[in-house]
Design a protein around this ligand. Structure first.
Ligand SMILES: [Zn+2]
Length: 484
């Protein structure tokens, strides 16, 4: 007595189909699972046995062998529970084999027979669609993910019993409610709520238009954090494909039971300065994506950047440069996308009040120099724009701010015009070249820095609807290089 049912697992942000083969043979009763790591096997056996019993099905008194194939594929534990339980019922003749074959079955079983959500359901269903599988049963906890893949007819279930009823009826079962992107809340801060700081707002707009990395320097309370939080709101929304790409990451990173983030607004991640290397780039024995991946196609914000551990900032360099994190584990590796925009905020000195008009800074010049070195060491050459934010003046509170929607319109226009250039740089006027050359001479700018300045100047020109980089564009671009 033998049955094969379909399940899936996740590696990186990709789903892979797994055949769950169940064999029932005469002999001493036993239950063996082949193809899972040790602890997971033990736990899965206990859950499946109890869930079957508590759903009113006896556990077959036979020699039971479950094989998860292909065997060379790394598999996480609990998502196979549902498939194993249904495979046992099919092999035992309780469930008609034809009704369960070629249906993707995913979910963790509780001892009482209810079905819990698991991470990675979205990439699993996408993998099923890619392999021509047209039906799936997934936990109700993962309803939002199921709704995103229309090619697969998915039913959502809350218990083993409901899964059996749905399969036996051969019918629809419960269908996931469609996801309406326009109804999804955006967690964005609006520019008009940020008081004063017009030059920093300008720098934020340039950063948004060109995808440039940004450093905000200023005393506590000047609005660095709030300004950074405005960035997603002035960036163009994600395309439909991009939002699915981001949703896949959040699906893999989820705990299984929290509703999935599905949004057209770009992710904004603000990890605490106590973050670990694993928290930042991903890790763990069964790897999970880190902050730099959760910020993919959005913004990674490092508030109080000077407080982060040096080693943590160091490991960010490669992912920010390459747009991908590679993690190597025992005998296998995973890759997570990490194409994000970096915004750092920092105090100008250890006490924070250098240049402030409200409090005096008592830091020594050595302390300030050491602080700046710590800040500038690992990531400063990844920064394109540096901007100084002074303390707020009284008049700043009265000034009516411009809403994000207007800034976003300008950013969108600049994106469009830069897209039409296909990456080719705008020509520079003679005056712009002269200013750049004298800056190179005066400040000894490296080739890398010059390339950055030119890119930023190109973005500024695009924001001004100009077809060449003029003197004023170049001068403004150069002004965003503070001497750190
Ligand atoms: Zn100070």
């Amino acid at each position: 007595m033998f049955a094969v049912v379909k399940s899936a697992t996740v590696l990186g942000v990709d789903g892979f189909l797994v055949d769950v083969e169940v064999d029932l043979a005469r002999g001493l009763p036993g239950f063996e699972i082949v193809g899972l790591p040790g602890v997971a096997v033990r736990e899965s056996r206990q859950r499946v046995r109890a869930a079957l019993k508590n759903s009113g099905y006896g556990f077959p008194l036979k020699r039971l062998t479950v094989n998860l194939a292909p065997s060379d594929l790394r598999k996480a534990g609990s998502a196979f529970d549902l498939a194993i339980a249904l495979g046992i019922l099919a092999a035992d003749g309780i469930l008609e084999a034809t009704k369960v074959q070629d249906v993707l079955l995913v979910g963790e079983l509780s001892l009482d027979g209810s079905v819990r959500g698991v991470p990675g359901v979205l990439p699993m269903i996408i993998a099923a669609a890619g392999r021509g599988i047209s039906r799936a049963l997934v936990p109700a906890d993962n309803e939002r993910e199921a709704a995103l893949v229309p090619d697969v007819h998915t039913s959502i279930i809350s218990s083993l019993q409901e899964a059996i009823t749905t399969l036996e009826s051969g019918g629809q079962g419960r269908r996931p409610r469609p996801v309406n992107y326009s109804m999804e809340p955006a967690e964005e801060t609006d520019l008009q709520d940020v008081k004063g700081q017009s030059s920093a707002k300008r720098a934020l707009e340039i950063a948004a238009a060109g995808g440039h990395n940004l450093l905000l320097l200023g005393p506590p309370g000047c609005g660095k954090t709030m300004l950074a939080r405005c960035l997603p709101g002035i960036l163009p929304p994600l395309s439909l494909d991009e939002s699915i790409e981001v949703a896949r990451i959040y699906s893999v990173a989820s705990q299984g039971s929290t509703p999935l983030r599905i949004s057209r607004s770009r992710p904004f991640r603000s990890p605490h300065h106590s973050s670990t290397i694993a928290g930042m780039i991903g890790g763990g024995s069964w790897p999970r994506p880190g902050e730099v991946t959760l910020a993919h196609r959005g913004v990674l914000f490092l508030d109080e950047a000077g407080e982060f551990r040096r080693s943590v900032l160091d490991v960010l360099r490669q992912p920010l440069e390459d747009g991908v994190v590679s993690l190597v584990r025992h005998g296998y590796s995973v890759a997570y996308p990490s194409r994000c925009q970096l915004v750092m905020a920092a105090n100008p000195c250890p006490c924070g009040f250098l240049g402030s008009n409200t409090k005096e800074c008592h830091c020594s010049s050595q302390e300030i120099a050491a602080y700046r070195r710590r800040l500038s060491g690992p990531l400063l050459d990844r920064i394109d724009l540096q901007v100084w934010m002074g303390p707020l003046e009284k008049t700043d509170y009265l000034e009516p701010g411009e809403p994000s929607a207007l800034a976003r319109e300008r950013v969108l226009r600049a994106w469009e015009s830069m897209k039409s250039l296909n990456g080719a740089p705008l020509p520079m006027t003679k005056e712009a070249v002269t200013v750049l050359e004298s800056a190179i001479e005066r400040f000894g700018l490296s080739a890398r820095v010059v390339a950055k300045v030119q890119r930023v100047a190109g973005t500024i020109a695009a924001l001004h609807d100009s077809d060449c980089v003029g003197l004023e564009h170049m001068a403004e671009a150069l002004s965003y290089r503070l001497s750190l």
